[in-house]
Design a protein. Structure first.
Length: 496
């Protein structure tokens, strides 16, 4: 699959140039002797080499790369430009280098200059079992804030390996996936795009439909065309800062949990908030509620923030709370607060005593809510996590449905078309009126709320893998899926 990436940068004459790159998606089965990127250069003589192997690995010093970039910056003007280019460089045992492939389909003068400078730079060869070996490494050039910079882009070989087969516990459902061809699937990884890491467990879409993609190796924004990193040039963080959680509030402010701190990003910049005087435990989730409150879950309770007012909910303030270890919370259309904990769920309604479910005849008896969605008819859908998980496919999990009349329905892989019971993300698609579920073993699930269940994974679709972390949607209906194998975008054909 190919993706077109357009970079805009001014030339040395001041004229704005358009640099269009087609990014090729490569998941090699063996990590040796192959060109990783679409644009190949047939000048290198080595036929056998490994990819980013050895100890130590092949490298070019950061000082040398900085000098190379200084030469480029003196020649070109990058005002108002942004984007990135990646080059695969073969480093021979002698230390001589040769660019094998890159991501610029236009073969622009800028790319030609970078290739010439990379080939003429001083490199150190990889060493394997005491012997120098031929190895290819990647160098990424980023254009931002009027300058170009470069760094070695090390490859996680485990992440590069194709995912194994998904696990489907449901043996009675045949997944024909009739809706699959109505979608366009596009995927990105850190090896074929500026994505900072393949794995993201938290992402959010803001009011301008920009995706904020958080990883353990940096935060980036994606506007549908270009990835723009959040780094030391535009934030208090570096491009490698680990970002655990991110969400967007009703005022379009971005809230992130970074380095044990709570950060808020607005047009005025970044602010830091200190919640340690309320709760010392790390934040596990930041949840936006429909009434404007932000809910910060921790192992010692939940911090509720509304208009700079802070309230702490735990067993001390709510004795009926099953546990202070809060894992999820949700405010429904009736303004009822649902709180999931490690030992069960509680429902808090105005002027009523809290309702617990540990002894109830409901799907929540032996499970706690871990996610929630709601349709136009008032049906509530909760993903469940067992409070006493005894098996990889626990029948206490699945999806609990609370109908407007107060009756419950429990959907599992034994009585429905769910491929497996453990759901990692749940989202109601108001454009198609379907439910999307992410699982950690079976991929993505599409449920039409009637009888049709579809399952998309790496074995039967263009999805990059089967381990799904989060599913979010923008205002136009575009769906973004964070996985263990990269970022996936799903768009309905004919709507863009």
């Amino acid at each position: 699959m190919k993706l077109m990436l357009t970079l805009l940068y001014p030339s040395k004459t001041g004229k704005l140039l358009v640099l269009t790159c087609f990014l090729v998606f490569v998941f090699p089965a063996v990590v040796c002797a192959q060109n990783l990127f679409l644009q190949k250069i047939e000048l290198c003589s080595a036929e056998n080499y490994c990819i980013d192997c050895g100890s130590p690995k092949a490298t070019c010093s950061q000082f040398t790369l900085d000098q190379l970039c200084d030469r480029i910056n003196r020649k070109y003007s990058f005002k108002d430009a942004n984007g990135s280019l990646t080059f695969q460089v073969l480093v021979e045992p002698s230390g001589f280098s040769c660019v094998l492939s890159h991501t610029d389909v236009t073969n622009s003068p800028l790319t030609a200059d970078i290739i010439r400078l990379l080939n003429g730079s001083l490199w150190k060869a990889a060493v394997d079992h005491g012997k120098r070996v031929a190895s290819s490494v990647n160098v990424q050039f980023k254009i931002a804030f009027g300058r170009i910079s470069a760094q070695m882009l090390r490859m996680d070989l485990e992440q590069m390996k194709p995912p194994g087969p998904p696990t489907i516990y449901n043996t009675s459902t045949q997944y024909t996936n009739p809706s699959l061809n109505s979608y366009e699937f596009t995927k990105w990884t850190r090896y074929d795009s500026p994505l900072p890491d393949n794995v993201s467990q938290s992402s959010a879409v803001d009011a301008t439909d920009v995706l904020w993609y958080a990883t353990a190796h940096g935060l980036t924004r994606f506007d549908g065309t270009t990835f723009n990193p959040v780094n030391e040039y535009n934030s208090p963080f570096t491009s490698e800062t680990a970002v655990q959680e991110i969400t967007v509030d009703k005022e379009n402010a971005k809230w992130a949990y970074i380095d044990n701190g709570i950060y808020k990003c607005t047009d005025a910049g970044w602010q830091v908030y200190d919640f340690k005087k309320f709760i010392k435990s790390p934040v596990t989730h930041i949840i936006k509620s429909r009434n404007g409150e932000l809910l910060f879950t921790t192992k010692d309770g939940m911090v509720v923030v509304r208009k700079d007012k802070v309230v702490v909910l735990n067993k001390k303030t709510i004795p009926l709370l099953p546990s202070s270890n809060v894992t999820f919370a949700y405010v429904d259309n009736r303004k009822r607060l649902w709180i999931g904990t490690s030992k069960g769920t509680i429902l808090i309604e105005k002027d009523l005593l809290p309702t617990t479910f540990t002894t109830s005849d409901t799907p929540l008896k032996n499970a706690s809510i871990s996610g929630a969605a709601e349709d136009e008819q008032g049906n509530l859908y909760f993903s469940l996590i067992s409070t006493n998980k005894a098996a990889a496919d626990d029948d206490n999990e699945g999806i609990a449905v609370l109908r407007p009349d107060g009756t419950w329905l429990h959907l599992t892989d034994k009585n429905s078309g769910m491929p497996s019971n453990h759901v990692t993300s749940i989202m109601y698609d108001k454009f198609e009126h379907v439910l999307w579920l992410g699982t950690d073993q079976s991929g993505l699930v599409r449920y039409d709320l009637k009888n049709s269940w579809e399952n998309y994974n790496n074995a039967n679709s263009p999805a990059p893998g089967f381990k799904i972390y989060q599913v979010v949607q923008d205002s136009k209906g575009v769906i973004y899926v964070t996985t263990a194998n990269g970022l996936l975008r799903i768009r309905k054909r004919g709507t863009f």
